[in-house]
Design a binder for this molecule. Structure first.
Ligand SMILES: NC(=O)c1ccc[n+]([C@@H]2O[C@H](COP(=O)([O-])OP(=O)(O)OC[C@H]3O[C@@H](n4cnc5c(N)ncnc54)[C@H](OP(=O)(O)O)[C@@H]3O)[C@@H](O)[C@H]2O)c1
Length: 466
């Protein structure tokens, strides 16, 4: 046969939609799924698009259905499964063929696989947008060898989301660079979702608003500076009614969220890179605390849990979200810049912002301004850009009021308060680490630098006393 443009392994939620997207754009796709009945059912239900799909029962069939040099996309769970599928598939591939891991791999695994790759090339791409994005246009963050990108670019840009005629698919560097960008995307996604959840909590518990009314507020905010996919769906989620009980849907959903890995990886890698991503860290920790639902019940029984009403206006809560969002994205792009330097990836930060403008979960109007700001000054913290500095200056009093009110009245707002702590730290030239350095020198003779002299190895008077 040998006439498929591309192969795809894994016809789950993401893989099946990506395959349909490729077929719709005119590519012939050879598809394989571990469970063969799923492959058959998938092609049978593909309607007209079935003409562009070739169902394969084995990796051997798959390899022989694709034009050489072959490219095969994997859409299977990350980790050992990717290694196993790659090994089994490689037995049927030839020199110059390529495996494109499109799952949420840890970028260190992708680095390893790229390093181990011999005859078969390895590419790692992050795909965001969920099932809908995969079907109609995801945001695609690619990494690997530049020639691998050159080969895959026509297909990836054709299936990607489109922002004003610009495809939301781009290449960000060697090895696991694409998967790294996807992890940071997901870290920001966690943070954005968390600050929205905190705003919801203040409206529900602090202002006593019903879910439907909160939905209306999010819908209104979605027409302003906060316009984004996440603000929009938060409005829809809050406004929805449970068809079984007639209650507000949100009021019957258990307040317990898990985390699959990418948000956690972002927080872990941030520590390696000395990147202060405090809002993302707070969001990951908040999900972990949400899972401790029984312990939280015990805490409420012991200490009392009901927070007091707050005297905040909706404008203040909106402003807090605007400031929190700018600060969280500032941290995320700073982390990407640090990774680019540390791993010598030469990542184009403005292009990352551009790829996130459409198709992905964190898509928002603000990302267009962020792309502009990063294009003008890629080495500057995003919040120092004139436009964002002004927006931050205007919205910061609201973040401060919301943080103050949350603390005084007992509302947990760990991500919003982390954002404020970051801001207050990053606008002070004279901080408090002189005390840390004094302590370190006292107990460990680590030495310190002085404000008034050059040199690194000064000691305090306590050294001579010990
Ligand atoms: N869902 C999302 O919104 C989303 C968004 C972005 C990225 N991702 C990432 O995309 C990847 C796929 O996610 P998904 O949501 O599409 O998963 P899914 O719906 O659970 O599908 C998993 C696919 O992998 C196959 N598979 C599982 N174990 C396998 C094994 N041991 N050997 C061979 N094939 C195996 C399954 O085949 P069977 O039918 O035989 O079980 C199925 O086709 C993951 O890395 C995920 O993190 C997901």
């Amino acid at each position: 046969m040998e006439d498929a443009d591309i192969g795809l392994v894994g016809l789950g939620t993401m893989g099946s939609n990506l395959a349909l997207n490729m077929a719709e754009k005119g590519f012939r796709v050879a598809v394989y799924n571990r469970t063969t009945s799923a492959t058959e059912a998938f092609v049978a239900q593909a309607g007209d698009l079935a003409d562009n799909l070739i169902a394969c029962e084995t990796y051997e069939d798959l390899a022989s259905a694709i034009k050489a040099p072959r490219a095969v996309v994997l859409m299977v769970p990350a980790g050992k499964i990717v290694d196993k599928v790659s090994a089994d598939l490689s037995a049927h591939l030839s020199d110059g063929d390529m495996i494109v891991d499109a799952g949420n791999a840890n970028f260190r695994d992708t680095n390893r696989r790229a390093g181990e790759a011999d005859k078969i090339k390895v590419m790692g791409i992050g795909v965001s947008g969920g099932a809908e994005g995969a079907r109609h246009g995801p945001s695609i963050m690619a990494g690997g060898a530049p020639e691998a990108w050159t080969r895959m670019k026509p297909i990836l840009t054709a299936i990607a989301a489109d922002y004003d005629g610009v495809p939301c698919a781009d290449f960000f560097g060697p090895e696991g660079a694409g998967h790294f960008v996807k992890a940071v995307h997901n870290g920001i996604e966690y943070a954005d979702m968390q600050i929205i959840a905190e705003a919801y909590g203040l409206m529900r518990d602090g202002l006593g608003m019903a879910a439907g009314d909160i939905g209306g507020v999010f819908a209104r905010w979605n027409n302003g500076a906060l316009a984004s996919y996440l603000t929009g769906i938060s409005g829809e989620v809050a406004s929805a009614t449970d068809p079984d009980t007639g209650a507000a849907m949100l009021d019957v959903i258990l307040d317990k969220a898990g985390q699959k890995g990418t948000g956690r990886w972002t927080a872990i890698e941030a520590q390696h890179l000395a990147a202060p991503v405090t809002v993302i860290e707070a969001a990951v920790a908040a999900r972990n605390m949400s899972a401790l639902i029984d312990v939280r019940g015990e805490g409420e029984a012991l200490f009392g849990g009901a927070p007091n009403p707050v005297g905040l206006s909706l404008e203040q809560i909106e402003g807090a979200l605007i400031a929190g969002k700018i600060l969280c994205y500032t941290q995320g792009f700073d982390m990407l810049a640090r990774a680019s330097t540390a791993f010598e990836w030469d990542m184009p930060l403005p292009a990352i912002a551009e790829v996130w403008r459409e198709g992905c979960i964190i898509r928002s109007d603000m990302l267009n301004d962020m792309a502009r700001a990063l294009r003008e000054a890629p080495d500057m913290l995003l919040m120092f850009d004139g436009y964002f500095a002004k927006l931050l200056t205007d919205s910061l009093p609201h973040l401060r009021a919301v943080a103050e009110s949350s603390i005084v009245h007992g509302h947990p707002a760990p991500a919003l308060t982390a954002a404020l702590g970051y801001f207050d730290t990053m606008r002070r030239a004279r901080g408090t680490a002189n005390m840390i350095q004094g302590q370190r020198d006292f107990f460990g003779e680590h030495g310190f630098e002085r404000l008034d002299r050059d040199g690194k190895d000064f000691h305090g008077p306590w050294a001579s006393n010990s």
